[in-house]
Design a binder for this molecule. Structure first.
Ligand SMILES: Cc1cc2nc3c(=O)[nH]c(=O)nc-3n(C[C@H](O)[C@H](O)[C@H](O)COP(=O)(O)OP(=O)(O)OC[C@H]3O[C@@H](n4cnc5c(N)ncnc54)[C@H](O)[C@@H]3O)c2cc1C
Ligand code: FES
Length: 262
């Protein structure tokens, strides 16, 4: 990145636009997994799965190839919130949480890191997670739906097992598929544990302009925002819908309608 590029925080993302000729027209949103300072400017690391034309083309870039980068975008995890940090990743959702673990380590806070997927093959970035957490002293707990790695079951079930053995108060930061995040959000609301969930949406602009990434707000949040409708910044959503790119991508559990998302 150029020297003046602002340093992203964990949970923030960038838009990566492949240069022509490219198989895709729109930029692809990607969480920042790592930031390293270097003399020529910050170096950003990403961890992604090649699931379609855009990510396959990104994976095929060679050293020295150029990509247009817009960012840092959105708001990151509020890592200043006190409590024992429990980081919960589903599949490729591990990327921003490895960055969060590193930031927490710099604050002198060790995390419990729960990582789940449907099977061992979908634990994207497991080797990186293991290496990083070994170095940082965080504890890695694994779960797979089919039991091919770690305990058999979901990360929500893993959280049920682990939480009683941790000192209160917990604070959860999570990223993964929406159904998993809905289960974690409901668990956190039931147990009155603060939880912050990094959401995804198919995005075009990434900056609040196209209105293409809406997420339904919870009823209490709608009521709260309706009272201050005139003061909502125009590039953020409406009282009914949050824009994932500008209101998020990280949301507090109580602010979204999980019945419509999970
Ligand atoms: C804020 C944000 C951060 C992200 N961070 C990461 C990351 O760190 N690592 C990573 O691997 N991926 C991440 N993603 C998802 C990534 O942007 C998509 O996988 C990518 O845009 C797919 O592009 P494609 O051209 O390869 O696939 P496409 O051909 O566009 O799509 C392939 C398949 O993936 C589905 N898909 C596309 N975009 C999304 C999405 N946003 N969410 C769920 N399904 C999608 C499509 O419906 C389709 O089934 C992030 C998305 C957002 C919004
Ligand atoms: S991607 Fe355009 S408003 Fe969010």
């Amino acid at each position: 990145m150029p020297r003046g590029f602002p340093l992203p925080g964990a949970g923030q993302f960038v838009q990566l636009l492949l240069q022509a000729p490219s198989p895709v027209l729109l930029p692809r949103p990607m969480s920042v997994a790592q930031v390293r300072r270097a003399a020529r400017g910050p170096v950003l690391g990403f961890l992604f799965a090649p699931v379609g034309d855009g990510t396959r083309a990104l994976a095929a870039l060679a050293e020295g190839d150029r990509v247009l980068v817009l960012g840092p975008l959105g708001g990151g995890f509020p890592l200043e919130v006190a409590g024992v940090p429990v980081l919960i990743a589903g599949g490729r959702g591990v990327a921003p949480l490895l960055f969060a673990a590193e930031t927490l380590e710099r604050q002198g806070r060790r995390c419990e890191f729960l990582f789940g997927a449907r099977d061992a093959a979908h634990l994207v970035g497991l080797a990186e997670a293991r290496r990083g957490l070994d170095r940082m002293g965080g504890r890695l707990h694994l779960a797979t739906d089919d039991g091919s790695r770690g305990v058999r079951g979901t990360v929500r079930e893993l959280l049920d097992r682990i939480a009683p053995h941790l000192p209160a108060q917990l604070v959860i930061h999570a990223c993964g598929p929406h159904a998993m995040l809905a289960a974690i959000a409901r668990w956190a609301l039931r147990h009155r544990v603060p939880a912050f969930l990094a959401m995804e949406s198919v995005m075009a602009c990434g900056t609040g302009v196209c209105r293409g990434c809406p997420l339904p707000r919870s009823e209490p949040e709608r009521r709260r925002l309706a009272r201050q409708r005139d003061r909502l910044p125009s590039l953020y959503g409406s009282p009914q819908f949050a824009m994932c790119c500008t209101d998020g991508p990280v949301f507090a559990a109580a602010t979204l309608d999980w019945e419509r998302l999970g």
